[in-house]
Design a protein around this ligand. Structure first.
Ligand code: VGL
Ligand code: ZN
Length: 197
């Protein structure tokens, strides 16, 4: 069984959004076209409370893209984005959401961010996705979405580490590229045994 995992194709990560990724909207049509080729479709949705600790607005004297130390490790601070229930947190209007078997939300606890679809940023607290995939007999994953160097990267590395056979379809991803984060992510995914395609 082979699942397509669509990471964070949400308005705030598309042009005009609060944390826009260049060309983020260009991957929507290719992702829709891929859906027929899989046994299961999972969408992830970044889903933050308005006072989430990953927002620079919650830390006095800090600005977006500053790096801070959190109890669970380093954390990039972001502009306010993907606030629960807002239009920015909604999926891109053209994404074929009706095809999703499961929508998994992440980053909903104020104190901790969650880039990965499998674990929060402490690399310990499960989102529940691994259990879902295993109980459906899914062993192969193809990842697409936003952003290639953050949530796609963390999801791919975690999934490979948990023994899934992981492909990242790069042409259906777009990255942020903060201080070389894109090259680092590609190298890290390769080192973790992820196939980049
Ligand atoms: C993401 C930064 C903050 C992502 C989510 O989807 O890659 N990046 N929240
Ligand atoms: Zn986020």
């Amino acid at each position: 069984m082979h699942a397509l995992i669509v990471i964070d194709v949400q308005n705030d990560f598309c042009p005009g959004g609060a944390l826009a990724v260049d060309g983020g909207d260009q991957i929507v049509a290719p992702i829709n076209a891929m859906m027929d080729d899989f046994d299961a479709i999972v969408l992830t949705q970044d889903w933050h409370p308005a006072d989430h600790s990953s927002f620079a607005s919650q830390h006095s004297g800090k600005k977006p893209l500053d790096l801070i130390q959190m109890p669970y490790g380093p954390q990039v601070l972001w502009p306010d984005h993907c606030i629960q229930g807002t239009d920015g947190a909604a999926f891109h209007a053209d994404l074929n959401v009706d095809r999703a078997d499961l929508i998994i939300r992440k980053g909903f606890r104020r104190e901790i961010d969650s880039y990965s679809a499998l674990f929060e940023n402490d690399h310990e607290t499960s989102t529940g996705l691994e259990g879902y995939l295993r109980s459906r007999g899914i062993e192969q994953l193809t990842l697409v979405g936003l952003a290639l160097d953050f949530c796609v990267n963390f999801s791919a590395v975690d999934a490979a580490g948990r023994g899934f056979d992981v492909v990242v379809a790069k042409s259906a991803c777009r990255g942020i590229d903060l201080d070389g984060s894109l090259d680092a992510a590609l190298a890290g995914m390769t080192a973790a045994g992820v196939t980049l395609r």
